[in-house]
Design a protein around this ligand. Structure first.
Ligand code: A3P
Length: 277
């Protein structure tokens, strides 16, 4: 963890969830913004279109644990929300989630992305975001990824921890970035049936149209261009949005080493990922 995500620890841990709160949990760069924008459009796109047109994604779906000087904390932002359900984002590994979410039996989405694309996306994010630790060069970044020395810790522990939680907590839907990329209509149907919502055909079309990569990249309320800590000249937030971009970054040797580490660390789980579709 870095201090921006631990400075408000007690307030975060004592956070009182409401039963209809919806938590969107991810390891950073796994598709948080994609699913956040999707859920926001699903619930509010029709009833209050001005919301998505005027509020950046980080205000519509506050980041629970964030505590950065000169902007409201995540807990403060959530406290001021008057709409329901409240959509809340977290990057916490499962064991750090405030217990009221479980007590209130809140619906929870977990979005996971294959490790290779996830680490590439995280590398570019750490290069461009002053709130994140320095990225260093790519080879050393890959090493740190395996050691779990990243903000929010080990990708392996994160995806596996949440996968285990899913086995005992039925209100958790575990989504994969690759599935969203492969067939967004199908995934939207899964999301709707999990939530028990029935959008009209027009509402569905509006959501699907709004969450396309190009639409989100152009949309200043979804693409983080209004967030000061990010330098888009180094790398845009909506960077490529592809499955398989890792092939443009890994050398053959790095790929072999990665596969070795991966097999070892994923030995004890039934969780599977696709690195291409
Ligand atoms: P890339 O860096 O690979 O482009 P997060 O929201 O968790 O920070 O994840 C950001 C990653 O999700 C970025 O990946 C971004 O481009 C991708 N992403 C965001 N919206 C997307 C969309 N609508 N379709 C595909 N990828 C999307």
């Amino acid at each position: 963890m870095t201090h921006y995500f631990t400075d408000n620890w007690d307030n975060v841990q004592n956070f009182q969830a409401k039963p209809d709160d919806i938590l969107i949990a991810t390891y950073p760069k796994a598709g948080t913004t994609w699913v956040s924008h999707m859920l926001d459009l699903l619930y509010f796109g029709k009833s209050s279109p001005e919301r998505a047109a005027s509020l950046p994604i980080y205000d519509r779906v506050p980041f629970l644990e964030i505590c950065v000087p000169s902007i409201p904390t995540g807990v403060e932002l959530i406290g001021k929300m008057t709409t329901s359900p409240r959509l809340i984002k977290t990057h916490f590994p499962v064991q750090f989630v405030p217990k009221s979410f479980w007590e209130q039996k809140c619906r929870v989405f977990y979005v996971a992305r294959n490790a290779k694309d996830n680490v590439v996306s995280y590398f570019h994010f750490d290069r461009m975001n002053s709130v994140q630790p320095e990225s260093g060069d790519w080879p050393s970044y890959l090493q740190r990824f395996h050691q779990g020395k990243m903000a929010f810790g080990s990708w392996y522990d994160h995806v596996k921890g949440w996968w285990e939680k899913k086995q005992s907590y039925p209100n958790l839907l575990y989504l994969h970035y690759e599935d969203l990329a492969e067939d967004i209509d199908r995934e939207l149907d899964r999301v709707c049936s999990f939530l028990g919502v029935r959008p009209t055909e027009e509402e569905r079309r509006q959501v699907i149209g709004g969450v396309g990569f190009d639409a989100m990249k152009k949309n200043s309320m979804a693409n983080y261009s209004t967030f000061e800590a990010m330098d888009f000249k180094i790398s845009p937030f909506m960077r490529k949005g592809k499955v398989g971009d890792w092939k443009n970054h890994f050398t053959v040797y790095q790929n072999e080493m990665f596969d070795k580490e991966y097999q070892e660390k994923m030995r004890n789980t039934t969780l599977r990922f696709r690195t291409e579709i």
